[in-house]
Each structure stands twice: as C-alpha cells, then as structure tokens.
Design a protein around this ligand. Structure first.
Ligand code: BGC
Length: 713
C-alpha cells in the first residue's frame, strides 16, 4: 500500500512542448471513502489539484535530485467527496532541462501518480496514471526556472487528448528524502518607487527567494509583466544586468476578471519588482513576496552589541533561506542557481548552526554519490548539470569529505558517515593516485575563488592542503566506523612533510599569501613548533593591509586560526571593518543578504561587474561559524559529537560590550555569551542535561556540567 506508486506508469503528452506546462486530468466517482493517499511525482515540477483546489504544501515538487538516477515522490492525504472528484496535475519543466547555464527545453512532461482510496469496508481501490487520463496545455503558456512564467487568463484547457505511456520507468522513484520545500514568510510590499527612468518599482525591503503573489484584473487582452531584481543601480533605476540571461519575469495576460495569481513552476531571487504595462492603479496591498525554501528547523541565534554585526548574521540567515531550496545553491537569481560544491562545503558548518540541515544534506550527499565520477572526481555542481565538464577541483570536490564530517560533528550520527564513506574514499583515492612525490599538483582548480591577493596562494598549495585535510577526515571517519584506514593514516605525515618541503622555508610559508597560511594552520600541515611562526606571518599579512584578502577557500577558516594562535584582536578588526573589503561594507550599502563580492556595489554606487555579481551568495556568510565558535564560543567536540560534550572557547573583545549565541542542539539548548563588566568580563554558559563541557578562556580551563555556569574573569 505504501509504495503503490511503483505499480503506476509514467504518462506524458502525445506531442512534446517547448518550455510549456501540461495539465493532466482524471474524473473519478467516489463513495464510502475512509481515507485516500495520493502519491505523485513528475519528471519536471508538478502541482496537484483536487476539485480545482491546490493539494499539499509542496512548492517545486518533486524537488531536484540526480534525475538520471532517482526522482522523489510525495504523498498527499486527500479529502475526497462522495460523487464526482476531479484530479489534476500541472507539470512544468522545473530543473529537468538544466544544462550548464541553460534551463529551457522541450519535454513531453512525464508525470506519475497513484491514488489509494481506502473504503469504509477496508478494501482499497487504486487510481493510477494511465492512458485514460486526459491532457491539455495550460494557461501557463511558458515556464522555466530562469526566465519565469507567462500566464494567459484567456486560455481554456481543452482536454481533448489522452496522455500516452511514457518510456520513463517507475523504478527511478524514491520516497521523499529531503526536507519538504514549502512557503514561509509572506512579506508585504513596503514602498512604491518611481525611478529616474520613470519605472514603477516596488521594494519589499528584504532580498528573498520565492515569488510574488498579486491581485490583478485589467481588461481582456491587457498584457503586463513583473520583473524581479535584487538591487537598484547608482542612479536608482531597476538593475537586471547581473541576472545575465535569466529574465526572471512573470507575464500576465488579463481576461477582464479579478485574479489572485502566483507562478507555479518557477522561483525568483529578488527584493525589487518592476511593473511593466500595469493595467490598473498600483497599490501596495496587491503585492506580497512569498518566501520559499526547504522546511528547516531553526536552531541557532547570535546577538551582540554591534547592530551591524547583528545585521550580518541576519543577512546570513536570509542567505541560507534563499539558497536552501531543496539543494544548496550558489545563488537564487541569475542563470545559475546550481548546487556548487565549493560554496556548499564553505558554508556547511554555518548552515548546521543556524538550521538543522542533516536531512537536507542527507539527500544532497546521496545525489553526490550518484553523480560522482567512476574515477572518484566529484562534479563541480550536484546534481551534475555540466555534461561537458569534469570536476575534481580542490576544495570544491572536498565537499565529499567535509560535509559528511561537519554533519557528524553537528549531529553525532554515524549512519550518514557510513553511507558516504565509500564516496569519501573514492575522492581521496583520486587525489592519492594523481599525486607525485606525495603532492597533488598540476591539475585544474578554481583556486581560492575571488581572493584579493592575486592568487598568491597558488592552486598547487590549495590542492595538496586539501589532499592532506580530506585524507585526515577519511582517517577520522574510518576510526569512528571501525574501518581499516592504516594506509591513509601512513599517508598523512608523508603528504604534510612534502607540503612543508615544497611550500615552506624556515618555518613560514614561502609565498606571502593569506590563504596559504590559513590552510597550513587550519589543517595542521606543518610541525607544531612552526605553527606560531605561520600564525605571525598571517597576522602580519592581515595587519599590513588591515583587511582580509582570502577568497572562498581561505575565508571560512581565517578568524578561527587567528584566534587559535593568539590574534583574536586581528580577527575582530577584520570582522568590524566597515570599509571594503570586509563583512560590514555591504551592510553600509544596505545589503540584506550576503554578497558574492565584497564590493558588489562600490562606494560610488557603481557595480563590481555585470557578469558575476550576485547579491545573494552565502559563501562568505561562513564567518557565522566563527561568530558561534569564536565570538560566543560554542564548538562541537569531535570526540563526543552532536554536542554531547561541548567545547566553549569564547574570545571576548572590548570593542563589543556583549555577545551571545544559542544553539538548539539535538540534546537541548546550549547557550554561551559574555558581557563586559568594568575591567572584567562575565561569561555565562548553559549546558543541556546529559551533556558536559570544557570551558577554555586564555589559560583558564574548567570542566562544567549541565545547567548554568557563570565566570567573572
Ligand atoms: C558560482 C560560484 C562557484 C563558482 C565556481 C560561480 O559561477 O556562482 O559560487 O563556486 O562559479 O568557481
């Protein structure tokens, strides 16, 4: 009964549609119904309807997986009435045609469904998709993820054709594995702006991912458009160049009747909308931004005395919401929105603090297993849409080891580590087999993406550093799982020694690059006695210019290692810097999410570039794991993961008068914070029942148990 959908067949349109949407329909007679469960999926995105009403909360179902291997299905309880009931399923392309930076395609829009009706006498009747289902084109005349939708209210579905059997096999289906993707906040339109160009623009005050729900009437045949954008330009005009080829539109053709409308098979990244040819007076109450993302449980909160740092944290939360729409994406707006592995690994630790992301990553990591190449390389994006490209870039591909490990630290669950272990090993073996004299050199990498020191930290340095780090994670995981990893254990000192021989001299990095120093410290690549020298080198490199120069690869570890080696003051200077480059500069420019570039908008209002300038790119939001781990001081202990034992290591700085964080862990609520009291600092720690903690503040080390502990130091 539970898996009756496997007995159904995919059906599809007799003639494929280009960028179109189909509606499948079946009328059924019902009586004596006790309960009914409808299992539905599609190769595309679908929305089910019963008697003209939407069914279920899901948006963009069935979600995005490695489609060549698996597609999720969802179950919906239906409230069938006695007599005639109409089942309908709207199906659009969704992510299925995604190929590199293209989202358009021609498709027969396959759908599959099975409705199990349990009668009052206990018997079960099944209504499955088959050739008796009728099908029609939809009033949604066009729908793609990048370009948006066109809806013609004058179009009446004809249902004059029957569906045909699709060659797609139902054994591709898997039950819903990730979190449900649903709507969350509804944000009222804040203000209407008439721009210098005379455009009518609405500001929602917050960059979000989702869509706009709007009321419209107009006269029959009126055609209007809502365009979506993240920012206004220097002159205050609506700015869309950074969306590249993505149109991000919602076009509507009126029939003279009132409608409350929303798109069904697409989503947008936006804060502003521009109304084009709006056929009636523009009223704020007619527009609502509806936020869409995976239904993650919120677990982490941070607050301190600096409102700009609080805004940075808030922007990171919004960045996560905006980019956790079933897969972890780089951005939600331009012609990309892909599961970039490098961004995901940089942000995973922060992600697991702010929200409970185990189930979310459990699904995505299984897709990684499916899409990983036979030679062990990991594609650059998961699900892999780059049919023409390889993978295996250092730091990007290391998501195969880093993310399972971070999930283990956060939730203490060995099962996920166990399932991923082969994939982790395959990736480490790839690096090992491609290494020469214990170094991994010479292959193609993204490098320390978007760094500011002209790639001083060369790709070879990154590659061997991550080779060592991933090998270490594999060894740690092997020990936990009881797997023999002695070969890899023996490799670690060899790789590290080769790294030091090649890239270090007199105990410091040969090349003065911030990220090289950061990784050497974070991954413990050099002998312990040299680490203070490397830390001093890093501190000098930051202090000389007064800011960070690290890119996607070095930034997540930068402030952690500065604190660890006695330079917390420098870490705070980096954090609190309000000028470019640094975390607070975008906030001075009104950012409500994390930008891809520190200077996405320059002080004079001009744009960094039109090509690669996302205003919702969570990667640099990774600083929030330092807000938790370094500022407030909440850290998991690898020896007792899932916060069974907590490592409290706060680094206070008197430029803030207080800071505090709370983490709703699986074992209960953890709190850590401090406030300045004259010359002293009062620390407060809350440990959940059944857990223990070690507090380390400078030279003070104290074991504490459950409950609240205060320390005045
Ligand atoms: C994405 C990045 C990604 C990068 C790879 C970009 O287009 O937006 O965030 O990691 O490509 O270099």
């Amino acid at each position: 009964m539970k898996e009756h959908i496997y007995k159904a067949h995919f059906i599809e349109l007799p003639e494929p549609l280009e960028n179109g949407v189909a509606i499948y329909r079946k009328e059924i007679e019902c009586s004596d119904v006790k309960s009914a469960v409808w299992s539905v999926s599609a190769y595309g995105t679908y929305k089910p309807f019963l008697n003209g009403e939407e069914v279920g909360r899901w948006v963009m179902a069935p979600g995005w997986t490695s489609y060549a291997n698996r597609i999720q299905f969802q179950n919906y309880e239906l409230d069938l009435k006695d007599g005639k009931n109409v089942l309908e399923i709207s199906v659009g392309l969704g992510w299925t045609p995604f190929n590199s930076f293209r989202a358009n395609g021609t498709s027969a829009l396959p759908v599959i469904a099975s409705l199990a009706i349990t009668k009052t006498d206990g018997s079960v009747e099944y209504i499955k998709t088959d050739e008796t289902w009728q099908v029609s084109e939809s009033p949604i005349r066009f729908s793609t993820i990048y370009d948006g939708e066109i809806y013609d209210a004058n179009f009446t579905p004809s249902f004059d054709k029957n569906a045909v059997k699709s060659p797609l096999a139902s054994n591709y289906l898997i039950p819903q594995q990730g979190e449900d993707v649903i709507t969350h906040e509804r944000i009222a339109a804040q203000k209407i702006i008439t721009t210098p160009l005379g455009e009518t623009v609405i500001d929602f005050g917050q960059e979000v991912t989702g869509y706009v729900e709007f009321n419209i009437c107009g006269s029959k045949g009126d055609e209007c458009c809502i365009k979506h954008a993240e920012v206004l330009d220097a002159a205050g005009n609506f700015y869309t160049e950074n969306l590249r080829s993505a149109k991000q539109e919602m076009r509507f053709i009126c029939d003279g009747k009132p409608h409350l409308h929303k798109p069904l098979h697409t989503f947008y990244g936006f804060r502003f909308i521009r109304l084009e040819n709006w056929p009636e007076e523009v009223k704020l109450e007619n527009f609502t931004a509806v936020v869409v993302h995976s239904d993650l449980k919120r677990t982490g909160w941070f607050e301190c005395s600096d409102p700009m740092v609080n805004q940075l944290f808030k922007n990171t939360v919004w960045g996560q919401k905006g980019n956790f729409l079933d897969v972890p994406t780089d951005c939600p707006q331009r012609d990309e929105r892909l599961g970039w592995t490098g961004d995901a690994q940089a942000f995973a630790r922060t992600a697991a603090l702010i929200f409970d992301v185990e189930k979310f990553f459990d699904k995505w990591l299984e897709d990684l297993i499916y899409d990983q190449y036979a030679n062990g390389q990991v594609p650059n994006v998961i699900p892999n849409t780059f049919s023409d490209r390889g993978g295996g870039s250092s730091a990007w591909a290391d998501c195969a080891t880093i993310i399972p490990w971070q999930m283990y630290l956060a939730y203490g669950n060995k099962a996920l580590l166990l399932r991923q272990f082969r994939s982790m090993k395959k990736w480490v073996d790839y690096m090992d087999q491609h290494s020469t004299d214990d170094l991994w050199q010479g292959e193609w990498h993204f490098g320390d993406w978007l760094n500011l020191d002209d790639d001083k930290t060369k790709n070879d340095v990154l590659a061997s550093a991550f080779f060592a780090y991933s090998t270490q994670i594999l060894v740690d995981a092997g020990h936990i799982l009881g797997v023999d990893v002695s070969y890899y254990e023996a490799r670690i000192p060899q790789i590290k020694a080769a790294f030091c021989r090649a890239y270090m001299q007199d105990g410091v990095m040969k090349v003065d690059g911030q990220t090289g120093c950061v990784l050497t410290l974070a991954f413990e690549l050099c002998p312990e006695e040299d680490r203070p020298k490397v830390a001093a080198q890093l501190n000098r490199l930051v202090s000389e210019c007064g800011h960070l120069k690290t890119g996607f690869v070095g930034t997540p570890y930068l402030n952690h290692v500065l604190c660890q080696y006695g330079y917390s003051e420098t870490a705070y200077t980096i954090l609190l810097r309000r000028e470019y480059p640094g975390w607070l500069y975008p906030i001075t420019q009104g950012a409500t999410t994390i930008w891809e570039h520190w200077d996405g908008i320059k002080p004079d209002g001009t744009m960094w570039s039109k090509d690669m300038n996302s205003f919702n790119h969570y990667a640099y939001g990774a600083v929030c794991d330092w807000l938790f781990g370094g500022v407030a001081g909440i850290n998991p202990d690898p020896k007792a993961p899932g916060y069974k034992h907590i490592l409290f290591r706060p680094y206070a700085d008197k430029r803030l008068s207080y800071a505090k964080a709370a983490l709703e862990s699986r074992r209960g609520r953890i709190e850590s914070g401090w406030q300045v009291e004259g010359e002293k600092i009062r620390y407060t720690f809350v440990v959940p029942t059944g857990c223990t903690a070690t507090v380390t503040i400078g030279d003070v080390v104290q074991e504490i148990g459950a409950g609240t502990t205060e320390m005045l130091l």
